[in-house]
Unconditional design. Structure first.
Lengths: 227, 234, 227
C-alpha cells in the first residue's frame, strides 16, 4: 500500500513540476475560463436574482471546458519521448501511475477553478461568503469526478489519432450525472439555500459517482495501458 | 547479486488474426549477451516489448529468474532502453534521474543520480533542462536512466541507432562493465558490428519465428551478412 | 444454420408486425385526450426497451471479451451497440414528433427522452472510438472498457434524471395520465416489443457476419503486406 502511495506521489510531483515549469495547460485553461466568463456577461446581462439560479450552470460549464484543456495533456505529455514505456516497465504499479496523474490533474484544476471562482465573484458581484465552504466542497467532489474520468479516458485515447476530438466526445456524456449534481448544488448554494434536505440527494449522487468511478478506473487502467 | 536467466516459453502475439510472433522458445543463460537480429518487421521490437512487460503475449509467457515479468519484484531487475529516450524535456537531467531512482526505490536517489551523471560525462550540465541538450547528450542521459538501478537484465532496442561516437563509446563501456558483472543483456539491432563485438550469443528472428539461435562465432563478426544468407530466406 | 434462423425470425417478426399494425391503425379507437397521435407510443415504447437492453447485452459481451480474449464477443458487442443506436434514434425521433403534436414543442426534458439522448451520445462515442482504431485487438480491448464505463454511467444517469424530474416537473410523454391504459390497448406494446427484438436480433446477426468478414480481410491484408 505504501509503495503504491509513494509511487503515486512521485508521479504526481513530477507532473506538477513539469506543468509549473511550462504553465502551458494552466495558462490556456485559465485564459479560457476568463473569456467564457466575460463573454457570458455580454451575452446574457443577468440581473442579480436571475444570476443565482444560473450561477451553478455557468460555473460548471467554465470548469468543465477548462478541465478539458488540462486533461487532454495528461497522458499526451508521456508520449513525447516514449516516457510512458519507461513508467510502465518500472516497478511502479500501473494504477499508481494513474492515481498520481489524477492527483496532479486534480490539483491543477482546483487552482484554475478557485481563480475562476474569484473572477466570477468580482465580475458578477455575487456574495456567497456564508456558503463559501460548501461551494468549495462541491467543487472538490465535482472536480474529482471530472478528473478521474478525464484522466482515465486520456490514458485510453493516448495512442489514437483524433485524440483531441475523441476525449471530449467520450468524456462529456459520461460526466453528465456529476455535472447535473454539481450545477444544482452550486446554484442552490449561491441562492442562499444551505446544504441539506432536498439537496442532500445530489451530494450523494456526487459522492457515489466519485467512488464508483475511482474504483472502476483503478481496476481497468491495467487493461487500458498494457497492450 | 547473481544475474537472472530469461525464459521465453511459447510466446505468440496476434494482432487480430495476424501472427506477429509465432511460438518463440528461447532460453537465455544468465550472464550472456544476446544479439537479437532480424529484418524490419520480423518481430524484434514486439518480442522485446513483451520481454520488458510493456505488452502482453497472446500465448506463452516470459519468465525472469522463474518469475513472471509483470511482477513488481521482477520489474525492479529489468532495465529498458527503447527507441525514444524516455526522458522529460521540461525537467533537468538530475530531476529526471532522481525520478527514476525513486520509482525504482533506490536508497539515496540524489546521490545515485549525481554518480551516474558523472559516469556518463554529464556532470557539468546536471541542472540543465533536457530540451536544451544536444542529441548525443540526451542519448547518454537515456543510458544513465536505463542503468541507474543496476538492473540484472538489460533490454535494449536498437540502442546504437543515431548515436554520436561519444555516446557509442559510453554505451559500449557500460555494456562491457555490465557483462563483466555477470548481467544478462539482450540487444536488438541492425548495427551488427557494434553489437556482435559484445555478444556471446545470437538469435535471428524471421517473420515472427526464431530462425536461428547459437553462440556468436568469429565468422559472424567478420562477415556480417553470413548469418542472413545462411539462415534467413533473403 | 444461421440463415435459417434469420429467416425464421424474419417470418415471426413480419407476422407480428402485420397483425399489430392492422390492430393499431384499424381496430383501436382514438385516445381520449391525445387523439390519433397516441398510436406513436406503439413505436416509441418498444424501441425504448430494445434500445436500452442493448447496453446491458453489450456490457455482458464486453466482459466476455475481456475475460476470454475471443474477438467474436467483441464483434457481438459492436453489432449490438450499432443496432441499439438505431433504435435509440427511433425513440428520439418518435418522441420529438409526439411532443410536437401534443404540446407544440419539439423537445421536452422528459426523463426517458433525456436518458435516451445520453444513451445515444455514449453509443455514438463508442462507435466513433472503434472507427479511430485500426488494430482489432486494441480496438476490442479499449471499446470493451468504454462499454463498461458507459453502461454504469447510464444507470446513474437514469436515476439522476428521475430525481431531477421530481424536483423540476416537466411535460411527460405518456398515455397513462390517470391510471393505466385500457386493457385492450396495452397488448400491442408488448407484441411490438417482441417483433422489434426479433428485428434487432436479425440486424445483429447480419452486422456480426460483416464485422467478422472485415476482420478476416484485414488480417489477410496485414499478412500480405507484412513480409
Amino acid at each position: 500500500m505504501s509503495a503504491f502511495l509513494k509511487a503515486s506521489w512521485t508521479i504526481a510531483a513530477k507532473d506538477l513540476r513539469s506543468e509549473m515549469r511550462t504553465k502551458e495547460a494552466f495558462n490556456a485553461s485559465f485564459a479560457f475560463s476568463l473569456v467564457i466568463l466575460v463573454l457570458f456577461s455580454f451575452a446574457f446581462d443577468p440581473s442579480s436574482e436571475e444570476l443565482h439560479t444560473i450561477a451553478g450552470g455557468l460555473l460548471w460549464l467554465v470548469f468543465s471546458f477548462a478541465g478539458a484543456l488540462v486533461l487532454n495533456r495528461s497522458f499526451a505529455r508521456e508520449l513525447q519521448n516514449d516516457c510512458l514505456d519507461a513508467l510502465i516497465s518500472s516497478p511502479a504499479p500501473v494504477s499508481a501511475i494513474f492515481f498520481g496523474k489524477t492527483l496532479a490533474n486534480f490539483s491543477l484544476l482546483m487552482i484554475v477553478e478557485i481563480a475562476a471562482l474569484g473572477v466570477f465573484a468580482v465580475l458578477y458581484d455575487t456574495h456567497f461568503s456564508k456558503q463559501f465552504f460548501p461551494v468549495v466542497l462541491v467543487m472538490l467532489l465535482g472536480t474529482w469526478g471530472m478528473t478521474v474520468i478525464g484522466t482515465m479516458f486520456s490514458a485510453l485515447t493516448v495512442n489514437l489519432r483524433m485524440r483531441e476530438m475523441m476525449l471530449p466526445t467520450l468524456v462529456y456524456p459520461m460526466l453528465l450525472p456529476a455535472l447535473m449534481a454539481a450545477m444544482t448544488l452550486t446554484s442552490d448554494l449561491m441562492s442562499g439555500t444551505p446544504l441539506g434536505g432536498d439537496n442532500m440527494i445530489w451530494l450523494r449522487v456526487l459522492a457515489g459517482f466519485d467512488f464508483i468511478y475511482t474504483v472502476l478506473a483503478m481496476v481497468f487502467i491495467d487493461i487500458v495501458l498494457l497492450g | 547479486m547473481s544475474a537472472a536467466a530469461l525464459q521465453i516459453g511459447g510466446v505468440s502475439k496476434y494482432y487480430g488474426d495476424f501472427p506477429a510472433l509465432r511460438k518463440i522458445e528461447l532460453n537465455i543463460e544468465a550472464g550472456s549477451t544476446v544479439a537479437l537480429l532480424g529484418r524490419n518487421g520480423a518481430g524484434k521490437t514486439t518480442l522485446l516489448r513483451i520481454m520488458a512487460g510493456l505488452s502482453k503475449a497472446s500465448e506463452g509467457s516470459v519468465r525472469i529468474a522463474g518469475a513472471d515479468v509483470r511482477r513488481e519484484s521482477t520489474r525492479r531487475r529489468i532495465g529498458v532502453l527503447g527507441h525514444g529516450i524516455s526522458l522529460y524535456d521540461e525537467l533537468s537531467a538530475t530531476e529526471n534521474l532522481v525520478l527514476f531512482a525513486k520509482l525504482y526505490s533506490l536508497a539515496e536517489p540524489e546521490k545515485q543520480a549525481l554518480a551516474w551523471l558523472e559516469r556518463t560525462g554529464l556532470g557539468r550540465v546536471r541542472d540543465g533542462l533536457v530540451r536544451e541538450f544536444s542529441r548525443g547528450m540526451r542519448q547518454r542521459l537515456a543510458v544513465a536512466r536505463a542503468f541507474i538501478h543496476e538492473p540484472e537484465v538489460l533490454l535494449l532496442d536498437e540502442p546504437f541507432t543515431a548515436l554520436d561516437d561519444r555516446a557509442i563509446a559510453v554505451l559500449q563501456s557500460l555494456l562491457g562493465d555490465a557483462h563483466a558483472l555477470g548481467r544478462t543483456i539482450v540487444i536488438s539491432t541492425h548495427q551488427l558490428k557494434e553489437a556482435l563485438g559484445l555478444a556471446t550469443h545470437v538469435a535471428l528472428i524471421q517473420r515472427g519465428q526464431l530462425a536461428f539461435t547459437g553462440e556468436r562465432t568469429q565468422q559472424m563478426v567478420d562477415d556480417t551478412g553470413w548469418l542472413y544468407r545462411t539462415h534467413g530466406d533473403n | 444454420m444461421r440463415d435459417k434462423l434469420m429467416f425464421a425470425l424474419a417470418a415471426v417478426c413480419a407476422v407480428i408486425l402485420s397483425v399489430n399494425f392492422y390492430k393499431i391503425f384499424l381496430v383501436l379507437p382514438d385516445e381520449a385526450n391525445q387523439g390519433a397521435i397516441y398510436r406513436i407510443v406503439y413505436m416509441h415504447v418498444p424501441s425504448i426497451f430494445t434500445g436500452f437492453t442493448g447496453f446491458f447485452v453489450a456490457l455482458a459481451a464486453s466482459g466476455a471479451y475481456l475475460a476470454t480474449g475471443k474477438l467474436k464477443y467483441d464483434a457481438f458487442a459492436s453489432a449490438v451497440t450499432e443496432v441499439s443506436l438505431a433504435f435509440a434514434t427511433i425513440v428520439l425521433a418518435t418522441g420529438m414528433i409526439w411532443g410536437r403534436i401534443i404540446w407544440g414543442i419539439w423537445w421536452t426534458w422528459d426523463a426517458r427522452l433525456t436518458t435516451m439522448l445520453v444513451c445515444w451520445l455514449i453509443y455514438a462515442g463508442y462507435l466513433m472510438l472503434r472507427r479511430a482504431i485500426d488494430e482489432p485487438t486494441q480496438r476490442a480491448r479499449l471499446s470493451a472498457v468504454v462499454s463498461i464505463f458507459g453502461c454504469v454511467d447510464i444507470l446513474i444517469v437514469w436515476k439522476s434524471i428521475e430525481w431531477w424530474r421530481t424536483q423540476h416537473p416537466a411535460p411527460v410523454l405518456s398515455v397513462r395520465d390517470g391510471g393505466g391504459m385500457a386493457p385492450g390497448m396495452e397488448a400491442p406494446i408488448y407484441w411490438n416489443w417482441l417483433a422489434f427484438m426479433c428485428l434487432a436480433a436479425i440486424l445483429v446477426m447480419v452486422r456480426m457476419r460483416q464485422e467478422q468478414m472485415s476482420n478476416e480481410i484485414d488480417s489477410l491484408r496485414r499478412t500480405a503486406h507484412a513480409y
